[in-house]
Write a protein of this length. Structure first.
Lengths: 481, 419
């Protein structure tokens, strides 16, 4: 592995992959290191999946600028990369007359930040838009440019696009040490070492550790845990917009939102922890999610919960995105402290960071860059004739493997065979939704394992949930051994 | 495509319904649509014995029991399609997909829903902790062991005392795994008494009633779970926590009838069973669509599934032949669940359609000792039967004769009263 790259990116979350895609427009040898087995394994996989309008962040801050620009760029990006994205609009709901001023304050901040088309709605207007809104509603800030997205597809598609434009990816490879040397950097990993002219640190919750190896100006990131609950698609239509409470110093609060796939998502909590790698759900957290969501929305069908999950936000002490070349380490670029609105901001972060790095290395643009990338073909989302033709030509698209989400063998094969394809149950799940439905993989996981084994040659016993030691099986039965 | 009766699902319910319909009306064409690659449904992975004591008066394994029915398909006007997923159901048309025919519709005279049930997954139980590999529903583990030939774990804790969990406690023990405990949230077991004895007691596996799992540890694979005793309101009692080292957590915490197709067809669902509301003919609120087996209500014995499904199949055949089944205009007697009764199947009776007896199946809301099963017609006591023990894990039934029912005008009430 003793090679030389122009740019090393550490971390294959949405930020790292968005930067990788932007930099793939240039003539440069680029490698992305990821400690986990796949893209989208950290903060990017467990969040609210919201494209924020941009009224939250302080005017003039990087968070505000990146939010607004990211929101603007998202429509085109979603088209180019075939990402499910819907601008359904958000409502920040005020349920206490005494706090009405807060809504006006948010509105003014939104105006200062450049959020288009916002409106403060009366109680009646809100009730008309959302019949299940709390009876206590006083008024709400409506922002039509807010939207919902598939965070998995966003991250995966950014990586696929970067990869098809010659960016290399190395999974299961944590960067253990970065050292500045003459004319560049020495990067050490358990797999060996290599050299690079520039390093981009997009290591999420671990970005401070990487940064602090090369700089005297220390960063400190606190993993801020958030618990969520996901309701079955049978609740589709229960709510039509993203419903936020009024924000606090800990964040935007517990929201209720539809997802692009018709589920309803509630959460998150916000609890500072000291564990960057594990985010356990807690019963207190789930209780808070239930109580918090009930403040703004009534009659939530909580019996329809199909799963709970927890994510970590990378909160830097300064509370601001850090997007810059490190002053005492030229050639080393931080993309750190990317908490909310990081998902929204990622296209803007990619654009901004790529420009910094390209200018630094005086990179020139490629002639043949390809912006387009296609999602896994979903037969049941195609027009009838196309669907029938597809199944005729590829019968595997007529074999349903995941019953709950109606996912076919064809889709699973595509997820495995495509560029940077899935190698684990979770990898297949994030690319196809197989196992994401109401039975949570109870029926389909053994079948998906068979398909992974058949396609990749990984033995049945070695197949994992999400890489590492997360094996599903621990041996053969007495009859078979 | 065209068939007189389409049966959605080729498990025990679908097979019994098909055969009964064919026997009732040999001239009708019957089509079974099965999503798996073989008939028999969940019976195929139930390799333990104990099936068929009522139906065949002998003890069979699951696959043997299924085979008895599959053999009866031969010689009847019954076709089946495997690897075929039904996408949409209406009373006279079913849409499905498979790799040979693509998406296709079947025009039909009646539909029988036999989709069975699914297991309640971890997410729906809100169990705190990490999300490592090694958490399975008992049925998934059963498939991995009995069909695929692999063991999911070596040191196992089971949450929930449903029958599949109990069966898997024994199965994994026989495979050399150590089952450290079965925790049950409720103060009583959710499974059959005979399974507690044969699957736990015989292997010295402790059943911890009023216990639940409050934490799952292990980043990649389960490394331990924390259990705790719960109080009367099912909340964990501080100080009773106990960490158990294990690599696997199995869940056997309830089965949910799979009624997504039914809901999409606007069929009325009973919130107590999560299955369709049916009448004496097992007809749902949508005329021409019938339901039986675990999609209707979760059964403890497959024999009851077969018996019930035979009646549903017969009714569907009579419906298609017309005039042999009275439709909604006839007098409907309501069956009410009284105290101590969680649900009844059926919910209404049209006496004109009864050939002989009416079987009302029901489950209790809790454990009752030395109590009585009461049946009232329009408020007047008809049955007062003593029963030593009634538990939610075992289905109960009362049988009413047709001539008795003639006396009833509006309402039958089934209840359980303390002695």
């Amino acid at each position: 592995m003793n090679q030389h790259y122009d740019i090393i990116i550490i971390g294959a979350g949405v930020s790292g992959c968005a930067i990788a895609r932007e930099l793939s427009k240039y003539d440069a040898k680029i490698l992305v290191f990821e400690k986990d087995e796949d893209v989208c394994c950290g903060t990017s996989k467990a969040n609210s999946a919201i494209i924020h309008a941009g009224y939250d962040a302080k005017p003039g801050s990087l968070k505000a600028k990146m939010n607004i620009r990211g929101n603007e760029l998202m429509t085109k990006l979603a088209e180019e990369l075939d990402i499910p994205f819907k601008r359904i609009g958000s409502l920040v709901v005020c349920t206490d007359e005494a706090l009405r001023e807060g809504i006006e304050e948010l509105y003014n901040r939104g105006i200062a930040n450049g959020v288009p088309d916002m409106k403060i709605l009366s109680c009646e207007e809100v009730m008309q838009m959302e019949p299940n809104i709390s009876d206590d509603v006083v008024c709400a800030l409506y922002a039509p440019t807010a939207g919902i997205i598939c965070p998995f597809r966003l991250n995966i598609a950014l990586a696929e696009c970067a990869n098809q434009n010659d960016v290399e990816f190395k999974f299961n490879t944590p960067v253990t040490k970065v050292t500045q040397i003459e004319n560049g950097f020495l990067i050490e990993t358990p797999e060996g070492e290599l050299y690079s002219n520039a390093v981009i640190n997009a290591a999420g919750c671990h970005a401070d550790e990487i940064h602090n190896q090369v700089s005297a100006n220390k960063l400190h990131i606190t993993p801020r845990k958030g618990d969520y609950m996901l309701l079955d698609r049978s609740c589709e239509g229960f709510i039509g917009h993203i419903i936020f409470p009024q924000p606090t110093s800990m964040g935007k609060g517990i929201l209720v939102t539809p997802t692009v796939n018709g589920n309803t998502l509630i959460g998150p909590t916000a609890i500072d922890t000291d564990n960057k790698d594990e985010a356990p759900l807690t019963s207190e957290g789930l209780e808070k999610v239930v109580l918090g969501s009930a403040k703004n929305v009534k009659n939530l069908p909580l019996k329809q919960v199909i799963t709970g999950f927890s994510g970590l936000r990378a909160h830097e002490d300064g509370g601001e995105f850090i997007l810059e070349e490190v002053k005492d380490c030229p050639g080393f670029f931080d993309c750190a402290g990317i908490e909310s609105p990081g998902l929204t901001a990622c296209p803007a972060i990619g654009e901004y960071m790529a420009k910094l790095v390209a200018d630094k290395l005086s990179l020139s643009k490629k002639q043949d860059w390809n912006a387009i990338c296609h999602d896994v073909i979903k037969p049941f989302e195609l027009p009838e004739q196309e669907r029938d033709q597809l199944i005729k030509e590829h019968p595997e698209y007529g074999r349903v493997i995941c019953r709950c989400e109606t996912i076919t063998e064809g889709e699973i094969l595509d997820a495995i065979r495509r560029t940077l394809g899935a190698r684990s149950l979770d990898g297949v799940k994030r690319r196809t939704r197989a196992g994401m439905g109401r039975c949570q993989g109870g029926f389909c996981s053994p079948r998906v394992m068979e398909i992974i084994g058949r396609e990749t040659g990984i033995s049945f016993e070695e197949i994992t949930k999400n890489g590492g030691d997360s094996k599903i099986l621990l041996g053969r039965t007495k009859d078979e051994s | 495509m065209r068939a007189d009766i389409v049966i959605v699902g080729g498990g025990p319910a679908g097979l019994a319904a098909a055969i009964a319909a064919a026997k009732e009306a040999p001239e009708l064409s019957i089509l079974i649509l099965e999503r798996d690659n073989e008939l028999g449904g969940i019976l195929n992975q139930c390799i333990h014995n104990g099936f068929g004591l009522h139906t065949f008066k002998e003890e069979l394994t699951g696959p043997e029991y299924a085979e008895r029915f599959e053999q009866q398909l031969v010689g009847h006007n019954i076709r089946y399609l495997l690897d075929t997923m039904v996408l949409n159901v209406a009373s006279n048309q079913v849409t499905a997909v498979n790799s040979n025919d693509g998406v296709f519709t079947v025009d039909c005279g009646a539909v029988i829903l036999c989709m069975g049930c699914r297991e309640r997954p971890r997410g729906a139980l809100n169990i705190p902790g990490l999300r490592p590999a090694g958490v399975f529903t008992a049925g998934t583990a059963q498939r991995l062991v009995n069909i695929e030939g692999y063991i999911p774990g070596k040191e196992v804790v089971i949450l929930g005392s449903g029958d599949i969990g109990l069966i898997m406690a024994r199965r994994l023990t026989l495979e050399g795994a150590k089952v450290k405990a079965v925790c049950e949230l409720m103060p009583y077991s959710g499974g059959l008494k005979r399974n507690i004895v044969q699957c736990l007691d015989d292997f010295d596996i402790p059943l911890l009633l009023s216990h639940t799992v409050i934490d799952i540890k292990g980043k990649e694979r389960v490394s331990s779970v924390v259990i705790a005793e719960v109080d009367g309101s099912l909340k964990p009692i501080p100080g009773t926590e106990q960490e158990i080292k294990c690599d696997t957590l199995l869940l056997s915490c309830g089965l949910i009838p799979e009624n997504e197709l039914s809901r999409a067809a606007d069929i009325k669902i009973d919130p107590a069973t999560n299955g369709p509301i049916v009448n004496e003919s097992f007809e749902t609120s949508v005329q021409g669509i019938f339901a039986c087996g675990n999609v209707l209500h979760v059964h403890d014995l497959v024999d009851y599934v077969s018996e019930e499904s035979s009646r549903a199949g017969k009714s569907a055949a009579r419906f298609v032949k017309k005039n042999e089944i009275e439709t909604a205009e006839t007098k409907n007697i309501r069956i009410q669940k009284g105290s101590g009764v969680r649900y009844t199947v059926p919910c209404t009776v049209r006496i004109a359609n009864l050939e002989d007896d009416l079987i009302i199946r029901f489950r209790s809301t809790g454990v009752f000792k030395d109590s009585y099963i009461d049946v009232q017609f329009d408020g007047e006591q008809k049955i007062h039967r003593r029963k030593q023990i009634i538990t939610p894990g075992e289905m109960e039934q009362v049988i009413l004769k047709r001539e008795e029912l003639e006396q009833c005008i509006d309402e039958i009430t089934v209840s359980i009263t303390e002695g």
